[in-house]
Design a protein around this ligand. Structure first.
Ligand SMILES: Cc1ncc(COP(=O)(O)O)c(C=O)c1O
Length: 424
């Protein structure tokens, strides 16, 4: 493919959109264009990117935390480049130095024992489910009604299962759904002592980051202990420092039996995700070394990036910055909310944030309004009244203030146009 001098592919945005409509996902292109969004991302650096036409955006979507440490973070890029000086993906039958190091680091960081590396978070959840079934000899999995764990077979059935059902891949007898923040419903679901595991996002992202009540997660942990059920914490979005702790479960003092991580672990540069298992739950790894095999899971360059990403996310200076960004954003948004009642509720733990608006599709309306103001932030797929507001972990005060200004400008123009539409 021909390149421009700045290495961005020399192709027009219209051409890319047409190819995507013809050969990728026509419906997605239709939905995005309904919102006025015709984004094709070109240059990207830190927490900003440009579309192919050169329009710059602040990135408040960061692919669910994939770019928590910024696009093309220089330290992560050099870890990748150093690895590629001598490595390729490696041979998946063998350990490699980066894979072994990252496994040890993740075990130490979680208090668990074994790591199974997968290319995607969805497959890591699949591994978790299979491990729980193998360990307990039970088949049932209890998950949240509006959870999201990826779109592979088992992870898809464990999440909100409308899409799984659409593909004929739901298993309602085996994947039991309960409402969030309802310990009684959880108790009823586990009481039969036939559930292998509870699989939960610590803060459910796709339903708009509703916060767990202070007692909820510890209650689920103790119900699991009582009924012989394992606790799987899906930390693909909420983990890796975004709450101000390395793992979100730490905020509620919960130790899972299995922890799932992904997205940020890859630095947004080379796919890598992991299921981290306790010694007991991962005992199958000592019995059958080929029980899970993946050509690209644990590829050497991804693990090299993962080691560096985990170091940066665990660094007290990074976690301190998360706290300071969280405070500045939280205060700024509260201030805006006092002037704009359309912004109903601010949900926040560190830089994990969901903003609920006073309309069923209010989050979606804000996605469109922010797009016009040079900010890319996405509504929550399972609750379109909520906007996911995901600042990067390393942003500075100036970046926060600029984003808050753009946010208020977008909100003002949205409420003005709604006022006009209502004849006010
Ligand atoms: C909480 C959670 N779990 C799992 C996944 C699936 O990860 P992947 O897209 O890498 O399969 C996602 C992706 O958005 C997620 O948000």
């Amino acid at each position: 493919m021909t390149k421009q001098h700045n290495s961005v592919p020399a192709v027009s945005k219209a051409q890319v959109l047409q190819r995507a409509r013809d050969h990728l996902f026509p419906n997605r292109i239709d939905v995005l264009s309904y919102l006025g969004v015709d984004l094709v991302i070109g240059q990207r650096e830190g927490y900003r990117f440009k579309d192919l036409d050169g329009r710059e955006f602040m990135d408040f979507h960061i692919n669910g935390g994939t770019y928590s440490l910024g696009h093309r973070n220089p330290q992560l890029l050099s870890a990748l480049r150093e690895s590629l000086e001598f490595a390729d993906v490696g041979n998946h039958h063998f350990p490699n130095p980066a894979r072994a190091e990252l496994a040890e680091k993740l075990a130490q960081a979680t208090g668990l024992q074994y790591c199974v590396f997968t290319p995607s978070g969805a497959e890591a959840n699949d591994v978790a489910i299979k491990s729980a079934r193998r360990y307990t000899g039970r088949r049932k999995i209890v998950a949240l009604e509006q959870g999201y764990h990826g779109r592979s077979g088992l992870s898809g059935a464990a999440g909100d299962d409308s899409v799984a059902a659409w593909f004929g891949s739901d298993y309602p007898d085996e994947f039991i759904k309960v409402p969030f923040n309802d310990p009684d419903a959880m108790e009823r679901a586990l009481a039969g002592e036939d559930v292998a595991a509870v699989l939960m996002e610590t803060i459910p992202a796709t339903s708009g980051f509703p916060m767990p009540d202070s007692e909820y997660l510890p209650a689920v942990r103790s119900l699991c202990d009582r009924f012989g059920t394992l606790y799987i914490a899906d930390e693909v979005q909420a983990g890796m420092g975004r709450t101000g702790k390395l793992w979100a479960v730490e905020c509620w003092g919960v130790q899972p039996d299995i922890l799932i991580t992904g997205k940020c672990l890859s630095g947004g540069l080379y796919p890598v995700s992991a299921a981290v298992l306790s010694k007991e739950v991962g005992a199958w790894l000592a019995e059958d070394g080929w029980g899970y095999v993946s050509t690209f899971g644990g590829a050497e360059p991804g693990c090299a990036v993962g080691c560096r990403a985990l170091e940066i996310c665990s660094d007290p200076a990074t976690l301190a910055n998360v706290e300071s960004v969280a405070a500045r954003m939280g205060e700024g948004l509260e201030d805006i909310r006092s002037r704009h009642p359309f912004l109903l509720e601010i949900r926040q733990k560190g830089v994990v944030m969901g903003l609920k608006f006073d309309a069923r599709d209010g989050g979606m309306q804000m996605t469109a309004a922010l797009f016009q103001h040079g900010v890319w932030a996405m509504f929550a797929g399972f609750d379109r009244s909520v906007l996911q507001w995901k600042p990067g972990m390393l942003v500075d005060n100036q970046y926060c203030d600029e984003a808050l200004q753009r946010f208020e400008d977008a909100l003002s123009s949205l409420t003005r146009s709604k006022g006009k539409a209502n004849g006010r």
